[in-house]
Write a protein that binds this ligand. Structure first.
Ligand code: SF4
Length: 419
């Protein structure tokens, strides 16, 4: 899969409309880890960030070639993450290049003094479409402990206000862990005051610095999903889950119940709580989600691809199974033809209860969490309370077959952890 050298011939253009996306052909969202350098020391950092940049990071030229290749997919959302992207002196040039060739550029900086009003204004002028800031607690104590930096809470609020005043669309990313569960409602109240476009609620995957004991249980996931759905009805911003596609299952279940009770006239919407994009409602200026993406949902390697600071290609930042490197492989070809990515896009290849679940096409469970817990990216999502009807029947058949063979007749333990 040798990469093709392509230089862009695209002209500056108006903000793109996101076209219909066939996830077998193109991702909806590409995330590039610009660097692992960061001045924070977050407790659950995926990137296990460090203070200094790696000499092997993609250069400015490498990054521009990467963006040109991403543009060959169409117009995916392209998010610069880290580490802290503000550690790169070429950040404004990179955003300018991506916006100029027609990519919709997002950025997730760390809340440090590097994020100045001047640099934010330069990024806005370069064509930045969305700025996302992490806030993991509704007060300085919770947030600063989580982020390992006193003053980070206040800095986050200041950055969001500055960005808003500059006319940038803003997003807050919040991580749900066992220790922050109790602050969820207060966090919802805080984000409601921040004038954001999107609240992205990330459910911890035990990888990087995150430990399995930090992950909330399946029952707690479920409670938060229902709370998110309740909030979404009146919120002035969109709410989505990250690394928890089973929120989509809860949305559908709730809407079916509402319809049965006569509280809803429209059929259930195939909403997606994918990975990092706007839902087409709320106060933000983000693009509406096309029906295809809404119906299928975005998941690891399925409408989504991640490129590391060294150029390695992964299904997501939380699923550390490399499928190539943008320096030597063609990203477009890898996305379309990698056997792993093809498997992740096929709901019928899922194992356990996810493989027979009636929601597998819109959900499919977090492939990253399945891998982190079981070592198999196609195994059942371990933190889902739902028991599919077919799985129930299979369990019952298994019981009667074992009984006929003189077994114990006990039902096999379902793969639900922490509930
Ligand atoms: S069983 Fe799997 S596919 Fe079904 S809702 Fe749960 S996580 Fe999603």
């Amino acid at each position: 899969m040798m990469r093709h050298q392509t230089e862009s011939t695209h002209r500056p253009s108006a903000p793109p409309r996101i076209p219909e996306v066939d996830f077998d052909q193109a991702p909806f969202l590409v995330i590039w880890e610009t660097t692992q350098a960061c001045d924070l020391a977050c407790v659950h950092c995926r990137a296990e960030a460090r203070p200094c940049r790696d000499l092997g990071e993609l250069s400015t030229l490498d990054a521009m070639r990467l963006m040109n290749d991403v543009r060959r997919f169409g117009r995916p959302l392209f998010v610069l993450t880290g580490g802290d992207p503000f550690k790169r002196p070429d950040l404004v040039d990179l955003v300018e290049h991506g916006a100029r060739i027609g990519l919709r550029m997002g950025l997730t900086p760390s809340a440090t003094p590097l994020v100045t009003a001047e640099r934010l204004a330069a990024l806005r002028d370069a064509g930045l479409a969305r700025l996302a800031i992490s806030m993991d607690g509704p007060d300085p104590e919770t947030h600063d402990t989580f982020r390992g930096m006193p003053g980070s809470f206040q800095r986050s609020l200041e950055i969001l206000e500055t960005a808003r005043n500059l006319g940038l669309s803003t997003q807050v990313n919040t991580t749900v862990t066992r220790s922050t569960l109790d602050t969820f409602d207060a966090m919802a109240e805080l984000v409601a005051e921040l004038g954001i476009s999107l609240w992205s609620v990330f459910f911890l995957v035990p990888t990087g610095r995150a430990k399995a004991e930090d992950v909330a249980g399946a029952e707690e996931f479920e409670k938060v999903f229902h709370r998110m759905y309740d909030l979404s009805k009146d919120a002035s911003f969109d709410i989505k889950s990250t690394a928890a596609p089973h929120y989509r299952r809860v949305i559908l279940q709730r809407q079916v119940q509402e319809r049965k009770r006569g509280e809803r006239s429209a059929p259930p919407e195939p909403l997606t709580g994918g990975v990092g994009f706007h839902m087409g409602r709320g106060s933000g200026a983000g693009p509406a989600i096309p029906a295809t993406a809404r119906a299928k949902g975005v998941n690891d390697g399925n409408g989504f691809v991640f490129v590391s600071h060294l150029g390695d290609i992964y299904p997501s930042g939380f699923l550390p199974l490399g499928v190539g490197n943008v320096r030597s492989d063609d990203l477009v070809e890898v996305y379309r033809e990698s056997p792993l990515l093809q498997a992740l896009r096929d709901p019928d290849r899922l194992k356990g209860k996810c493989g027979v679940c009636e929601y597998r096409a819109v959900c499919g469970g977090s492939r990253a969490r399945a891998y982190a817990v079981t070592g198999d990216p196609l195994e059942a999502e371990p933190y889902c309370t739902h028991i599919p009807t077919r799985w129930k029947h299979m369990q019952a058949e298994g019981v009667s077959r074992r009984s006929e063979r003189g077994g114990t007749g006990k039902t096999q333990r379902l793969p639900v952890l922490g509930g």
